[in-house]
Design a protein around this ligand. Structure first.
Ligand SMILES: *[C@@H]1O[C@H](CO)[C@@H](O)[C@H](O)[C@H]1NC(C)=O
Ligand SMILES: *[C@@H]1O[C@H](CO)[C@@H](O)[C@H](O)[C@H]1NC(C)=O
Ligand SMILES: *[C@@H]1O[C@H](CO)[C@@H](O)[C@H](O)[C@H]1NC(C)=O
Ligand SMILES: *[C@@H]1O[C@H](CO)[C@@H](O)[C@H](O)[C@H]1NC(C)=O
Ligand SMILES: *[C@@H]1O[C@H](CO)[C@@H](O)[C@H](O)[C@H]1NC(C)=O
Ligand SMILES: *[C@@H]1O[C@H](CO)[C@@H](O)[C@H](O)[C@H]1NC(C)=O
Length: 454
């Protein structure tokens, strides 16, 4: 107890020192030469997990010197268009509501006007304000709340450490209340979207700060809840994941990001394309063998926007359309059995579970049959045991971490968080390409770092 308290104090004082020392290093990092970095943290409970980041919003409180007024933990939604937070405790003199009918309201796909009869107004309760919608995919609830904007502080990075603070002067977010938080991990008070929209976090940072590659952002999603944090890089590489010493931006395989012609957002107009990230999985291999029975038309996106494969950070595990799920499970069980792995009773929501004592370990996790998602031109994404298997029942059982999405889901394959951990994923919206590394475990590293201290 005592040691963790003192560690906390050391970390806090180093952080303050760090925050105070920006102006000294500023000269070394001219704007536009580096990208921006935010941390990704993971919260895990026995049932599920979520990834979140911390936004530093609003002005600093002059009465308490350098203390930031609003450090806001928000769950990361790769497919989300706009950030929203519970503004009940939000306090900032620089907060500014966005007027209904304004250009910014239109850019945020505002819906009408919200008013709030309170004097004086406070964030989340202002008159004549652009109504924005906030979607919570974890409770599947849609809310309308006032749109506002405030300063946001972000740090630039050389791909190794965080360097200097930069200000995004007008970061827009929807200002709701505590009723919206159902399903969110403890300590988080909203969500932040990374979709291909004008109001997403990467787009807003790129609009405010000169970046080497304004169309690029990258994620390194951590598996650990304890040691270090994952990364959001905005504006391009390099990306370093110590102890691996090479720049990962140079080691990425690429596959096109597809545009689904029909929006997958909860509210949209007929003309809207989806701003989520779809990729073109052509077929799936288990243990090196192509699944022959897959209905390949499910893997394509049809004219109504159904089918295809998208990436999601809010789905904890990959969700497969029933027939795809059955093929993967059947082949996986067969291949596992031939490796003398013993199947045991299933543990919900998973359908194929095994006795962990019968599974060996390797540096890429439990030694189970490998799953490959194969794209065009033979490019593939290889999923090893660390990403395919989920530990349940106190580690005595390992389950194949895919779930059955039913016969007719909107999207046939939703690649979820557990399968995205410890890969470097780079979204290039300029060329519409996804760059992805092999599992970082192959390189004896992972997505858990603390970039303050390198
Ligand atoms: C907001 O911050 C100011 C200045 O620190 C303080 O005077 C005020 O009471 C705070 N308001 C709320 C609602 O916390
Ligand atoms: C908000 O608008 C309503 C209706 O126009 C008005 O009655 C009310 O006084 C306004 N409240 C504030 C705080 O300006
Ligand atoms: C993670 O979230 C759960 C559910 O909200 C909460 O019970 C738990 O305390 C959180 N863990 C941490 C480390 O914050
Ligand atoms: C394959 O999937 C498509 C799209 O859902 C469906 O229309 C078709 O009937 C399926 N084909 C077979 C052989 O199941
Ligand atoms: C999990 O394992 C720990 C250590 O072996 C043990 O103390 C605990 O009772 C186990 N819990 C359950 C639910 O089996
Ligand atoms: C991540 O990699 C570092 C360096 O190899 C190692 O010390 C750490 O234990 C790893 N963490 C996880 C969660 O795998």
């Amino acid at each position: 107890m005592a040691s963790s308290l003192s560690l906390f104090l050391i970390l806090t004082s180093l952080t303050i020192f760090f925050h105070l020392s920006h102006s000294a290093t500023q000269i070394l990092q001219p704007q536009g030469s580096t990208g921006i970095h935010l941390y990704i943290k993971k919260n895990s409970t026995s049932h599920t997990h979520q990834y979140y980041t911390t936004l530093i919003l609003g002005d600093r409180d002059p009465s308490t010197l350098n203390i930031i007024r609003n450090e806001v933990n928000v769950v990361i939604d790769l497919g989300g268009q706009l950030a929203w937070i519970n503004c009940d405790q939000y306090n900032s003199t620089s907060y500014c509501p966005i007027q209904c009918g304004s250009r910014k309201c239109t850019a945020a796909k505002g819906i009408g006007c919200v008013g709030c009869n309170r004097s004086p107004p406070r964030p989340g309760c202002t008159n004549n304000t652009c109504g924005s919608y906030a979607f919570n995919p974890l409770s599947n609830e849609l809310f309308s709340a006032g749109l506002g904007e405030d300063l946001m502080e972000v740090y630039s990075t050389d791909g190794k450490s965080e360097i200097v603070s930069n200000t995004v002067p007008e970061y827009p977010f929807s200002c709701g209340d505590s009723s919206q938080l159902k399903g969110l991990a403890f300590g988080t008070i909203g969500m932040v979207g990374l979709a291909r929209s004008k109001t997403s976090l990467p787009a807003q940072i790129a609009a405010a700060i000169k970046l080497p590659h304004p169309d690029k952002f990258a994620l390194c999603i951590p598996s650990s809840t304890k040691t270090g944090f994952g990364d959001i890089f905005i504006g391009g590489g390099p990306y370093y994941m110590f102890p691996f010493t090479k720049d990962l931006s140079k080691l990425l395989a690429t596959t096109p990001l597809l545009i689904n012609p029909v929006s997958t957002a909860p509210i949209y107009s007929q003309a809207d394309a989806s701003d989520e990230y779809f990729i073109d999985v052509k077929f799936i291999r288990v243990d090196g063998v192509r699944l022959g029975s897959l209905n390949t038309s499910l893997l394509a996106i049809d004219k109504q926007g159904n089918g295809g494969t998208k990436l999601s950070t809010v789905a904890p595990h990959t969700i497969l359309q029933s027939s795809i799920y059955q093929s993967v499970v059947n082949k996986f069980v067969k291949a596992a059995t031939s490796k003398k792995i013993k199947r045991v009773a299933s543990v919900s929501p998973f359908g194929a579970c095994f006795d962990s004592k019968t599974i060996g370990t390797s540096k890429t996790g439990p030694d189970v049959p490998i799953i490959d998602l194969v794209f065009q031109k033979g490019v593939y994404w290889r999923i090893y045991g660390a990403n395919s298997m989920v530990r349940v029942n106190n580690g005595t059982v390992l389950c194949l971490g895919f779930v059955d999405g039913g016969a007719k889901p909107r999207t046939s394959v939703v690649i979820g968080g557990h399968q995205l951990e410890n890969y470097l994923l780079e979204f290039d919206l300029g060329s519409s390409m996804l760059g992805f590394s092999s599992s970082l475990l192959v390189h004896d590293t992972n997505c858990s770092h603390n970039r303050f201290f390198q």
